[in-house]
Design a protein around this ligand. Structure first.
Ligand code: ZN
Length: 314
């Protein structure tokens, strides 16, 4: 459906009334200035305005676009529960003014696609899941947290460079160079993950949510969480007592040597799991879905997660 510009406030109000994100997303309390690049001090051509669904994608857009982009993220609050997000009229205005929107896709941040569709003129949209080329297959079981997939983010970096070059042909060489540098940085991170895997082969993990599973897989770590348990937590439901008992048995039985905990969706069940892990001496790795406070760079974030993983495995 296409809305006339005049209809935007009505749309935004409708959208705000409904919690749009079924699976994942993030909170509304974004700091609009947190990821905004300064205006071009050289007085060069006007910046390309880029809006991203989360600050993870804002960081990557800034890395590729440099001074030529002005980037703003809709979701940035590291303390918020990413599974309940309501768009505001302000968000719709932001998207309507953007030239390029970068979203995760795969059902993670459907609000971005909806707001792009409602904007006139419609900004360009890059969808990380689509760009990843991953087989979404049965979408109920597809792990949409592709921002922890270093191959997917390498492809996204290149796609952003291509799109920015369309919008600002004069900047093409810079965007391509930034994307090439980003590719190298992510390749080094992938090597580090593989090195952790080589030092700790065959690690099995229980996770409160498959947030970081793509990165864990790069380190050869398999997620053995009972599917119903993870699904219940992601959907903010209480897992069935039988699923909780199954997880307890995995922890007590010695097959699992890592618990991965999404600190953005903590609740009584996940906190109980953390306590259980501590009682049985199983290390806990805390991960997030948006950049934690004090971290502004995607590669630093992943590097920090790998440091924490390495430390957790001892
Ligand atoms: Zn999630």
């Amino acid at each position: 459906m296409r809305f006339a510009p005049r209809a935007v406030p009505a749309l935004a109000a409708t959208a705000a009334a409904a919690v749009l994100v079924a699976g994942c997303g993030s909170s509304g309390a974004a700091d609009p200035t947190a990821n905004g690049a300064a205006a071009d001090p050289t007085g060069g051509p006007a910046s390309i305005s880029v809006v991203t669904s989360t600050n993870v994608y804002a960081s990557i857009a800034t890395t590729i676009g440099g001074d030529a982009v002005q980037v703003s993220a809709i979701l940035s609050d590291p303390a918020a529960d990413p599974h309940s997000f309501e768009v505001s009229a302000q968000d719709q205005v932001k998207i309507a003014k953007a030239q390029l929107v970068i979203a995760n896709g795969g059902g993670y941040d459907d609000f971005a696609q909806q707001m792009v569709d409602a904007a006139d003129p419609r900004p360009q949209l890059l969808d990380a899941v689509q760009i990843s080329g991953l087989d979404t297959g049965d979408s109920d079981h597809f792990n949409e947290h592709v921002f922890y997939d270093l191959d997917a983010m390498t492809k996204l970096g290149n796609a952003i460079a291509g799109k920015l070059a369309e919008l600002d042909p004069a900047g093409k060489a810079t965007f391509d160079k930034n994307a090439a540098d980003f590719t190298k940085v992510l390749a080094a991170l992938k090597d580090r993950a593989a090195g952790i895997g080589a030092a700790h082969p065959g690690v099995k993990a229980v996770v409160t949510e498959p947030v970081a599973d793509y990165l864990l897989a790069s380190a050869g770590i398999s997620d053995v969480t009972p599917g119903d348990f993870a699904e219940a937590i992601e959907q903010e439901n209480d897992p069935a007592p039988g699923d909780i008992a199954q997880v307890d048995a995995l922890l007590a039985g010695g097959t699992v040597s890592l618990v991965v905990f999404n600190s953005q969706t903590a609740g009584p069940v996940t906190e109980r799991l953390e306590t259980k892990a501590q009682q049985t001496g199983i290390p806990v790795l805390k991960v997030t879905e948006t950049l934690p406070a004090g971290v502004t760079d995607y590669a630093d974030w992943i590097g920090g997660t790998l440091d924490a993983l390495s430390k957790a495995l001892g």
